[in-house]
Design a protein around this ligand. Structure first.
Ligand code: AHR
Length: 613
């Protein structure tokens, strides 16, 4: 590898090159990053026709002691369904443990000893009824924390908000929330929430999952989907206005592409808050008037355009603007720095996409000339026939094919909009996997090619980011979790090799020899006031490779080096809950040899060398 190490001949890499894509898929948010423990907190998930299913809530007691139905008596206008319990214990009384309902959360709640949980609920009742609010083990046999509230008869005509702070005296990651009573009477419940007090900055993000995102140093975050934005039908697409304001008043919705209900605690506001907390530029994807099954023709698209403009105003408008004031009332008077929006997701081939796109484009550019607009149409092999700042590019293909796409942008026109590779992953047969080393090495080769073509590729993100292991809808993913544990797949760790790339300088490098299974790149970057050169190389074959690095253009000798290697005994190896870091970067500090550097690449491995200038 011949490297010209002088920055003068290098090229700046965009500040935003490497980021993340968050989609509500695989319970990434509901039951994942969003720390709310209760699932279906407003009893809306069963639909608006009563009586409806209350799943995953279940009843404690039997037909002789309790009857549970839903009715439409909620005090919240946009989500009228409430739960009504008739407690019917006979004259000898209710069982001592009480009767009522419990919520198991998303495959069990993670309750940790010494930690505090805020339970909020809305009640009304026909008599003075005491209700135990408890966190218990999965079958209710062990109480981890409990407090009593009293629903007063005097409050029968009006819903009352109750809050309790529970401190757990034990740990169980399969726990549940119980609401029980031993008194006969009618009691209504609605909007029941249990939030851990300890979330990132109190903003509602589960700390360990948030940290995994931070560790990637993402320069942007694309949200909230994906297909999730489109919906199988437009009525089930992500409608941002339904996801802002007080959490109790949000109707929630059924995401019909990934087939689950979300209470929309992680809504439009929270996504911008997340971006701000990560120090990442928000990239909002909105619906282009297209779902998987129905479309809005261009002649009727203006309400969608207005909804997009309002969503931008929500993020950017001052606190006196119509939608900026809603954001301010939610606790963020300062605008969020929204500079990128994407018109739809994978919609380019649809009949009305281009017509609709132009309506969005013209209206947004008129109101917000500085906002960069991302088209769904691919401009990598021929110029777009419409104006755009970026074009979206998605690729899911087996590892070998992805590796061989390392050079796909070499011949892309240097004029016109840049590529936003917003979804990529090695996926599919013959190496269908849950995220193995082979997939990660295919991705490493592809990413090195993107880094080298970062004059025409402006942004890159892997997809999907998260998988709740209980909802394995889309494999592979970067981060796998359950209620209490997580691990990064090898694809996650490959991304960590690129954390210094955004904003660095790409050094000119050429590979001599004719190996088709080695890709490499060289960058220079600054960290803590020191200058570094970093060489990254991937070996996509079952042989050891000695990569000789010849460097020119250095003013002084490089003085120390850190080597980071990602490999494993078998290229089909995967991480797991029982062996979460079987495949994770191994770091060694090496003494500099004299003369030229030889970078020994183990079979099927990805490695980087950091040299201090
Ligand atoms: O990343 C999973 C899905 O793949 C996304 O929702 C969609 O954009 C793509 O088809």
């Amino acid at each position: 590898l011949q490297v010209d190490a002088s920055n003068a001949t290098g090229r700046p890499i965009p500040e935003t090159l490497f980021g993340i894509f968050f989609e509500e898929i695989n319970h990434a948010g509901a039951g994942g990053l969003w720390a709310e423990l209760v699932s279906n907190r407003g009893f809306e998930a069963g639909g608006q026709i009563i009586p409806s299913s209350i799943w995953p809530w279940s009843i404690i007691g039997d037909e002789s002691t309790i009857s549970v139905v839903t009715d439409r008596s909620s005090c919240f206008e946009r989500n009228k369904i409430a739960l009504r319990m008739e407690v019917l214990c006979n004259s000898s009384g209710c069982p001592s443990e009480g009767v009522g309902v419990y919520n198991p959360g998303y495959w069990g709640m993670n309750i940790e000893e010494g930690k505090k949980y805020k339970v909020t609920l809305y009640v009304r009742s026909t008599g003075d009824i005491d209700v135990s609010v408890s966190l218990t083990s999965s079958n209710g046999s062990l109480t981890l924390a409990s407090e009593q509230i009293i629903a007063l008869a005097s409050e029968v005509s009006k819903w009352t908000k109750k809050e309790v702070l529970l401190e757990a005296n034990g740990t169980d990651d399969g726990a549940r929330l119980q609401l029980t009573t031993t008194k006969n009477g009618s009691i209504w419940l609605d909007q029941v929430s249990a939030m851990p007090v300890d979330t990132y900055k109190g903003h509602g993000f589960r700390n360990d999952l948030f940290q995994m995102m931070v560790d990637l140093k993402p320069r942007f975050i694309r949200f909230p989907g994906g297909c999730y934005v489109e919906g199988a039908w437009l009525s089930n697409a992500f409608h941002w206005k339904e996801t802002v304001g007080a959490w109790e008043e949000r109707p929630g919705h059924f995401g019909d592409v990934w087939n689950y209900w979300t209470d929309d605690g992680l809504g439009h506001f929270e996504f911008f808050q997340l971006a701000e907390d990560l120090g990442a530029a928000p990239i909002w994807v909105f619906n282009s008037g297209n779902s998987h099954n129905n479309q809005v023709e261009t002649a009727s698209i203006m309400p969608f355009v207005q909804e997009a403009l309002d969503g931008i105003e929500f993020a950017r408008g001052d606190a006196n603007s119509t939608w900026g004031s809603v954001r301010a009332a939610m606790g963020h008077p300062k605008p969020f720095g929204l500079k990128y929006v994407a018109v739809g997701n994978e919609d380019c081939g649809k009949k009305y996409y281009k017509g609709n796109y132009l309506e969005f484009y013209n209206a947004i550019k008129k109101a917000y000339p500085d906002i960069k607009i991302i088209s769904n149409c691919d401009g990598s092999s021929q110029p777009l026939d419409h104006p755009a700042d970026y074009y979206d590019f998605h690729v899911y293909t087996p590892a070998k094919a992805l590796f061989s796409m390392s050079h796909m942008f070499d011949n892309t026109s240097r004029d016109g909009p840049k590529a936003f590779v917003s979804e990529y992953a090695a996926r599919g047969k013959p190496d269908a996997n849950k995220g193995n080393l082979l997939a990660a090495l295919g991705e490493a080769g592809f990413l090195l090619g993107l880094e080298k073509n970062s004059d025409v590729v402006g942004m890159v993100s892997y997809a999907p980011l998260f998988l709740n292991t209980n909802d394995r809808r889309w494999l592979p993913d970067a981060i796998v979790f359950n209620s209490s544990h997580l691990y990064g797949t090898p694809s996650y760790w490959v991304q960590q090799f690129f954390t210094e790339s955004s904003g660095a300088t790409l050094l000119s490098s050429t590979m001599e020899g004719n190996s088709s299974y080695v890709e490499a790149s060289a960058i220079s970057f600054q960290s803590n006031g020191s200058d570094y050169i970093q060489i990254k190389a991937v070996n996509f074959a079952n042989v050891t490779v000695e990569l000789k690095v010849k460097m020119t253009g250095l003013d002084s000798k490089v003085s120390a080096k850190k080597k980071k290697v990602l490999t494993s005994a078998s290229v089909m190896d995967e991480n797991s809950f029982s062996n979460p870091e079987m495949i994770a970067p191994q770091e060694t500090i090496l003494v500099m040899p004299e003369g030229n550097l030889t970078f020994v690449l183990a079979p099927y491995s990805f490695a980087s060398l950091d040299l201090l200038k």
